[in-house]
Design a protein around this ligand. Structure first.
Ligand code: FAD
Ligand code: NAP
Ligand code: SF4
Length: 679
């Protein structure tokens, strides 16, 4: 959608209030539960309160906290939060108060990890180990299942005492309550296992007893897995039976969950089309009378509005999109949707950080989760600053520096902004990068940045122009490896291929298996060279929206590409291990299915008419190919730096221009932000 078409649109359904249980939500935008690791550390309460308050101030109707365990056994990990006792209420009251001050509602999510727990006292509905955990859970006795139910109910009661407007029981993504309801993790023979009525007894009792204890005021929501996307998951009948029983037991709201953590189907990565799992909320809408929340890859208001309009859901959950833009809802309300900083589903600074125990942030919004470090406000002195290069680093610096009161002239040698993002967005699965450019384009306009396109800067151009600082964000130069025959006509760079300047032949070798090598392999082999639509995505990953078999999987459909592609690297390791932690597997799986070969430990000998000559372990090989695409890394483009330094100008290097190794847009954009706050 172009910026102008977003602006013209209003989103009446998304903005209309809705009654849930005995309460009214001011619009349909829900911030879905998400751990950020702000939960840890000394001033966790203040940080969490500030984080949620900012999203409430941004117009969100309902916020659901990251999951808090109802008892010690149910924690995600050793230090994770629990809510079991009244002396813990002060850890929650400031959070609920901060959100209420901005007119939003907030629920505590109650999450018991069961067999997924990462500590030494984990319990399970059966003694079955999760394939993604080395620990075997201790099986709960029947009496202990009862006391676990009591813990859930007690936790819900405490949450309401702390000021939360309701609770959400986490029953999806393969956690304890989801484990209870499937034969995959529940092999009990007593009243908690076997028939579907027995398997759903634990969650249904939790809802029933919570409702009894809380009365009709607080909202009771249940996040239920509609399609588990694993073997021996719930059948369609199991799902429908559970949904009806939860509502019968007193749930006011059902939120959908998709897939277990060990599922081999992508559920939130950029490969997933927007709104791909609408079938799940639609299924629940057909069988229950309470409101249903849709989630997963809904990142723009038009997608949300369409789903509400189609009757696919009553509310829309967005977690990462509100990390990317805390004021998403306000921008929709004020008809400024073209200003939304859109989540591009990269996971690079949110989930990938959390997986390595770092606090989440966001590629497109590096202030996320550290807003306090970068407060709104002006610099002490306003400067006139030249920025060279309108890639992510230069654009980010220009926008943040302008908001701090500096006067910016932004030079770009290309005919458009974006730098390498213009190559990244050619990769069909990376179409969301278009939104990043739309966002920056609008920000440059709003902040009256003097953008000069088709303007290649030479050092002399900046002398005597009254600039008090110069920021060099000139990016990188592709590395050309020293291989005999590298100038052969079959050799092209990734830039030529992705920009469309050159077309590859049917047999292709790619030198380099980094992020760009993998993206080029994807670009050359993806069917139709277009992003997948929802039907194609579901087919290619074997997702059956009708849940014909328990778990909702069917054999995936793979299209063999018309090209034979081989990727090569010199290093000995497995190619592609440095791709994104939570998305790399998706691309590696797709390329493997399309028959892309990846070779390690290659020594390049030469290139000639016969193809690419290389050896592995002392054995010589020739790869007979039509095209050799060089993706051998990058060097910083610092052409301007020495000249400017010689003239004693205040020069700063950011992004690829500063250092090309391990460069990505996360670093480039964050360096722009940090410099803007230090100048
Ligand atoms: P660049 O993006 O290289 O921008 C530098 C700009 O400076 C260019 O526009 C250039 O024209 C301009 N310039 C240079 N010299 C001059 C001059 N003298 N005068 C005026 N202008 C000048 N990163 C991710 O985080 N996630 C991804 O999924 C991802 N995918 C990618 C896929 C591909 C195919 C490619 C190529 C890159 C991808 N990247 C990705 C990397 C990301 O694009 C870069 O890390 C990022 O663009 C670097 O930003 P930068 O501003 O430092 O440099
Ligand atoms: P890269 O990740 O550093 O990979 C470079 C590749 O080239 C490696 O496979 C390397 O392997 C090979 N290589 C290096 N020097 C070589 C030489 N002299 N001769 C032959 N081969 C050589 O770089 P990139 O793929 O160009 O990506 C650039 C940056 O963009 C990366 O830092 C990456 O993070 C970012 N990016 C990110 C994504 C993403 O999805 N997050 C996608 C694309 C790009 P050997 O040395 O073993 O041969
Ligand atoms: Fe979205 Fe990427 Fe930001 Fe995560 S890091 S919130 S996936 S844009």
């Amino acid at each position: 959608m172009s910026a102008s078409s977003i602006k013209q649109n209003s989103f009446p359904r998304l903005l209309s209030p809705i009654k849930v249980g005995s309460q009214t939500l001011r619009n349909r935008i829900v911030m879905g539960s998400m751990h950020t690791r702000l939960e840890y550390g000394q001033d966790a309460v203040t940080k969490l309160a500030d984080f949620f308050a900012e999203r409430a101030r941004g117009g969100t109707a309902l916020i659901i906290t990251g999951g808090v365990a109802p008892n010690l056994e149910g924690r995600i990990e050793q230090e994770a939060l629990t809510l079991e006792r009244t002396d813990q209420l002060d850890e929650h009251r400031p959070i609920a108060d901060a959100v209420h001050a901005h007119g939003a509602k907030i629920f505590l999510q109650i999450l018991h990890t069961g067999a997924y727990g990462k500590h030494d006292d984990i319990v399970g509905i059966s003694e079955l180990r999760s394939p993604i955990n080395r620990r075997v859970p201790r099986v709960l006795t029947s009496a202990q299942v009862e006391s676990t139910i009591d813990d859930f109910v007690r936790c819900a009661e405490l949450a309401i005492s702390a000021g939360y407007d309701g609770v959400e029981f986490m029953g999806s993504e393969g956690y304890f309550l989801n484990q209870c309801v499937t034969l995959r993790m529940n092999n009990r023979g007593d009243k908690w296992g076997g028939s579907v009525e027995n398997r759903i007894r634990c969650p249904v009792e939790i809802v029933r007893r919570t409702r009894e204890r809380l009365g009709s005021g607080p909202i009771v929501s249940y996040r239920m897995s509609v399609t588990d996307l694993v073997e021996k998951g719930q059948s369609a009948d199991d799902v429908d039976t559970l949904a009806r029983a939860l509502v019968g037991a007193g749930a006011d709201l059902l939120n959908i969950g998709i897939g277990w953590h060990e599922s081999t189907v992508p559920t939130i990565g950029y490969a997933v089309p927007r709104g791909a799992f609408a079938f799940a909320s639609r299924r629940l809408k057909k069988i229950v009378g309470v409101p249903v929340i849709a989630s997963n890859r809904i990142n723009m208001p038009d997608v949300a509005e369409r789903m509400l309009d189609n009757g696919d859901a009553d509310l829309i959950s967005m977690a990462r999109p509100l990390l990317a833009d805390p004021h998403f809802a306000r921008k929709v309300i004020e008809r400024r949707s073209d200003e939304i900083n859109t989540c591009i589903a990269c996971n690079q600074a949110c989930l990938d950080n959390i997986f390595v125990d770092k606090t989440a942030s966001c590629l497109v919004n590096p202030r996320a989760c550290r807003e306090g470090d970068f407060p709104d406000g002006f610099a002490a002195v306003s400067r006139r600053i030249a920025v060279v290069g309108a890639g992510p680093a230069g654009m980010s610096f220009a926008v943040y520096a302008a908001t701090r009161g500096h006067k910016i002239v932004l030079f770009e040698s290309g005919s458009d902004i974006g730098g390498q993002i213009n190559l990244a967005r050619q990769v069909p699965a990376k179409f969301e990068f278009n939104e990043m450019l739309r966002y920056f384009r609008r920000q440059l306009e709003l902040h009256h940045i003097d953008l000069r396109l088709n303007a290649t800067v030479h050092a002399a151009d900046l002398q005597g122009q009254g600039y008090e600082s110069v920021v060099l964000a000139t990016g990188i130069k592709p590395r050309t490896p020293e291989i005999p025959g590298i100038t052969h006509r079959s050799v092209v760079s990734y830039i030529d291929i992705l920009s469309g300047k050159e077309e590859a032949g049917e047999r292709v070798a790619i030198i380099g298996t980094g992020g760009i090598g993998h993206d080029v392999a994807d670009f050359l082999t993806v069917p139709g060279r277009k992003p997948q639509n929802i039907a194609q995505f579901l087919e290619s990953w074997g997702v059956d929206p009708l849940i014909g078999a328990p778990g909702g999987l069917k054999p995936p459909l793979t299209h063999k590409p018309h090209r034979a592609v081989t990727m090569l690297q010199r290093g000995a390791g497995r190619p592609g291990t440095k791709l994104g932690l939570t998305t790399g597997w998706i691309l590696r799986t797709e390329l493997r299915r399309r028959g892309v070969q990846a070779l390690s430990g290659c020594i390049y000998r030469c290139i000639d008419d016969a193809g690419l000559h290389y050896s592995v372990d002392g054995t010589d090989h020739v790869l007979a190919v039509d095209t050799i695409v060089v993706c051998a890394g990058q060097e910083p483009n610092q052409d301007l730096a020495p000249l400017l330094k010689a003239n004693q100008c205040d020069v700063h290097l950011i992004g690829g221009a500063r250092f090309a190794g391990e460069l990505d847009a996360v670093r480039a954009i964050e360096e722009g932000l940090r410099l803007a706050y230090s100048i």
